[in-house]
Design a protein around this ligand. Structure first.
Ligand SMILES: NC(=O)C1=CN([C@@H]2O[C@H](COP(=O)(O)OP(=O)(O)OC[C@H]3O[C@@H](n4cnc5c(N)ncnc54)[C@H](O)[C@@H]3O)[C@@H](O)[C@H]2O)C=CC1
Ligand SMILES: O=C(O)CCC(=O)C(=O)O
Length: 428
């Protein structure tokens, strides 16, 4: 399998290195993951047959702390994808000043084809296979695409059984009843909302005059859509893997979310009380959603959605990357030339790992915070780091992505050098 996504991720690093001076040793280290694990996970299916699933866990860099990152269940999961996602986690944690390195995991499957019991056996089997690779001071998984708090609960429980001790800090994004943090489930969206609200007024725009299209209506996209709706933004299009709904006058996001919870399908609905009626609106493909003439475009699904093939269709003025890696590096260069402002994943979607960090701190101290405390600290962190990155972008006339990478690289470079890598190689 080619390393195309990872090679593309490295291009972002190379670009940022033009604007920051860090040691060659630090650069070299960041170009290679510290460790990659590939495992076969046997699962007894409900019909008695045995299926073997391929799982991965990659720890990219642990200089700034134990590695951290989600676990994805998706048919396209590959070592290349997991490596790239782990790489981005290292930069995300450093950009936010969180004392973690980067990691990611995944299993190649379509989780919609498994029963709940099969999913539980798979999730516990995956932990059996990677137990020696993770740990509260080593590597701490969390949810990502098509995984959720229930799956994190099974994983934490299995790890605790293997270690013969209750170990909540080994996984974050758990159910509250198993040591999860209040606010983790909404943290990615809340963090992205804080970045949008910090940035949009700088361009003299008001929510009520701003239209938004969101690709992906999962944990991150659906909560963000609702936050934007309540703040007065006009969310005109949303989508899931099946396609999009569009209403240029604005969609009723709370009704759509409520309807989707019980019907599992995306419809443009308007609900009054418990009565919901489906309104015929334009149905679009995901490609058409990306090309809408809106002010803000929010990719919140998967990577490689905006590429050289469709970048010239993009009409939005601002792109906030909630998904990891939704824009390829070549498309990024074209967007920059066209004057479209891109706010990068390693900043915009960092609310999730920030509250994961809070969850880990709470698990380790045994002292649990209120929802208000979590939210206050999350807002503080997101706004502070957004402002720092914006200031750097302005001062150096560079993109927000390059500024975010430079900001992260400064912290990473100092930590890597403080460990004495130079001395180790005798170059001092
Ligand atoms: N959940 C979290 O805490 C964090 C998630 N992210 C990133 O946000 C993105 C979304 O993650 P979640 O919302 O957690 O996942 P999720 O599993 O809750 O939802 C994924 C959504 O994407 C949609 N989708 C899947 N394939 C699609 C396609 N080809 N076109 C359009 N939509 C498609 C699904 O229908 C679903 O609505 C991912 O890139 C993830 O890595 C980033 C940081 C934290
Ligand atoms: O919450 C976490 O630890 C990681 C979340 C994640 O996977 C991500 O930010 O992409």
């Amino acid at each position: 399998m080619s390393d195309s996504l990872f090679a593309d991720a490295i291009q972002r690093l190379d670009l940022a290195l033009k604007y920051v001076s860090i040691s060659e040793d630090a650069i070299e280290r960041l170009k290679f993951p510290k460790a990659s694990l590939r495992v076969s996970v046997p699962v007894r299916m409900d019909d008695g047959s045995l299926r073997i699933f391929q799982g991965f866990r990659v720890r990219h860099d642990d200089t700034r702390g134990p590695t951290k990152g989600g676990i994805r269940y998706h048919p396209n999961v590959s070592l290349d994808e997991v490596k790239s996602l782990a790489f981005w986690m290292t930069f995300k944690c450093a950009a936010l000043g969180i004392p973690f390195g980067g990691a990611k995991g995944g299993i190649t499957l379509n989780p919609k084809e498994l029963s709940r019991l099969e999913l539980e056996r798979l999730s516990r089997g995956y932990i059996d296979a990677i137990a020696d690779f993770i740990g509260p001071d080593v590597d701490i998984p969390a949810p990502d695409v098509y995984t959720n708090p229930m799956i994190m609960g099974w994983m934490m429980d299995r790890y605790s059984t293997i270690r013969r001790q209750y170990t909540p800090a080994v996984v974050t994004g758990k159910p509250i009843e198993l040591g999860g943090s209040l606010g983790r489930n909404t943290a990615t969206a809340t963090g992205a909302f804080a970045v949008i609200n910090t940035m949009i007024p700088k361009f003299d725009r008001r929510p009520q005059d701003t239209t938004v299209a969101i690709q992906g209506f999962g944990n991150a996209g659906s909560v963000l859509a609702e936050l934007l709706f309540h703040a007065g933004y006009k969310v005109v299009a949303i989508s899931d893997s099946q396609g999009a709904v569009y209403d240029r006058t604005g969609l009723d996001i709370p009704s759509i979310r409520r309807y989707r919870e019980s019907n599992k399908e995306m419809q443009a609905v308007y609900c009054q009380g418990s009565v919901c009626s489906i309104v015929e609106r334009n149905r679009l493909t995901n490609a058409e959603l990306l090309a809408l003439d809106v002010d803000i475009l929010i990719p919140a699904a998967l990577e490689n959605q905006i590429t050289e093939a469709n970048v010239n269709d993009i009409m939005a003025q601002f792109i906030f990357e909630v998904a990891n890696g939704p824009i390829t590096s070549s498309a990024d260069r074209i967007l920059e030339k066209k004057g479209i402002r891109v706010f990068p994943d390693i900043l915009v979607n960092a609310g999730g790992v920030t509250v994961s960090y809070f969850e880990w701190v709470q698990n380790r101290s045994g002292w649990y915070w209120t929802a208000e405390e979590v939210d206050r600290r999350l807002q503080e962190k997101m706004i502070e780091e957004t402002e720092k990155i914006w200031k750097m972008a302005q001062e150096r006339s560079i993109s927000m992505r390059s500024a975010a990478y430079v900001h992260a690289l400064k912290r990473l470079g100092k930590s890597i050098d403080a460990k004495g890598t130079r001395n180790y190689f005798g170059r001092e």
